[in-house]
Ligand binder design. Structure first.
Ligand SMILES: NCCCCNCCCN
Length: 371
């Protein structure tokens, strides 16, 4: 089982606090306006040297970021969104690899794509700022020495809950099963097979990366048991619903949870006690990408500590840049949902490829979500 946890030393709360003491000023909070700037349903012309096509997760860009990049480089940016690594991979394999110059695969997917020769090897002479990354991110296990990817963001997966609708806040995944009779259609889980099958594995005391057919079956059956409580499998569609008071609990990424809590202080976020997924999302260049120059320009732009710190402030994902963390204001560095304590991180696990068991995950996932 490969762990992609950020370095224990580098991410200890004590270290963060020490670094934060020099931060104070940081960057001004900026209203994001329309967050998914220039998002469009599908890419059009490819190979236009004045355009950079990016395929990423929701909430990883905003208007300010794109406008500044355009001002600095003259390149306009077009962003498409995916909601799981598997969706991104399928699109790339169906020809999307020659449409996008930058993609944002997570840790395990970088490894999977590298092994299938789907990513371009990075020329480190063309990258500025890799030395500013946290030590563990200089040589992550999913991509030794960042040969094919640059870490962009990291965070956890947990439960977002509406305090007004629960007697006691959930502390673990088990809450969902214990309360399933009361939670009829009030819960959303991700439309992401590794994350969702993973939480069920973890609740049963197994690894997110189990390759044991029996354990994978048990996880599937446990999720079937939960089916009546599940309103929807959605990675990004829960936020409006929980803000509207339509849901009691949603599975969510830490960054999205922090944003939702900013909008409604009746919401809370918990990293489940039995452990959760600790993920890293990266920037990479598909092997047949157009406009590779522009891809390097984007990587270098976002690697700048001041730009990376601004993204963490506005978009609420943890940065892998040590120098960016030094620029963050103390309230962000001390936010345990954004930078969890070491003991919490120790309970979490990085998702890794599961080899031949992938088809079993696929099969159970299809049965679960189509049934
Ligand atoms: N909107 C925030 C997206 C964060 C996505 N991280 C994905 C991790 C998947 N294992």
């Amino acid at each position: 089982m490969a762990s992609v946890a950020p370095s224990r030393r580098a991410l200890s709360r004590r270290d963060f606090l020490r670094r934060a003491s020099v931060a104070a000023a940081g960057l001004a909070m900026t209203g994001c306006g329309w967050r998914l700037a220039q998002v469009r349903p599908s890419p059009g012309a490819v190979g236009d040297p004045s355009k950079l096509y990016i395929y990423t997760w929701a909430g990883y860009t905003d208007e300010l970021l794109i406008a500044r990049f355009q001002k600095e480089t003259g390149l306009s940016v077009v962003v498409d969104i995916f909601d799981s690594n598997e969706v991104m991979l399928a699109k790339l394999q169906a020809g999307g690899g020659s449409q996008y110059s930058i993609i944002y695969p997570s840790d395990y997917m970088v490894r999977q794509m590298r092994e299938r020769n789907l990513l371009r090897e990075l020329d480190h002479d063309r990258l500025l700022g890799l030395q500013d990354l946290l030590e563990t991110y200089q040589n992550p296990s999913y991509d030794p020495k960042n040969g094919h990817s640059v870490p962009a963001a990291w965070g956890t997966t947990g439960l977002i809950y509406n305090r007004q609708r629960v007697d006691r806040p959930p502390t673990d995944w088990e809450f969902l099963w214990a309360n399933r009779a009361r939670l009829q259609r009030q819960v959303t889980l991700f439309n992401d097979q590794r994350e969702t099958m993973g939480l069920a594995l973890r609740r049963l005391g197994h690894s997110y990366n189990s390759q044991d057919p029996d354990q994978i079956r048990q996880a599937y059956e446990a999720l079937r048991e939960l089916r009546p409580a599940i309103a929807q499998f959605t990675t990004d569609g829960w936020k409006d619903r929980i803000l509207a008071g339509d849901l009691t609990i949603a599975m969510g990424f830490s960054s999205d949870a922090i944003e939702a809590i900013e909008e409604n202080d009746q919401l809370g976020y918990v990293i489940p006690a039995s452990g959760s997924s600790l993920w890293t999302d990266t920037m990479a260049i598909p092997i047949s990408a157009p406009n590779v120059e522009a891809a390097y320009a984007w990587m270098n732009f976002t690697l700048q500590p001041e730009v990376a710190a601004g993204m963490t402030q506005r978009l609420k994902f943890a940065t892998a840049s040590r120098r960016a963390i030094e620029q963050l204001p103390p309230d962000l560095v001390q936010n345990p949902s954004l930078f969890p304590s070491q003991s919490v991180l120790d309970r979490c696990e990085g998702i890794a490829p599961v080899g031949a068991a992938t088809s079993l995950y696929d099969r159970y996932w299809t049965q679960l979500t189509s049934g």
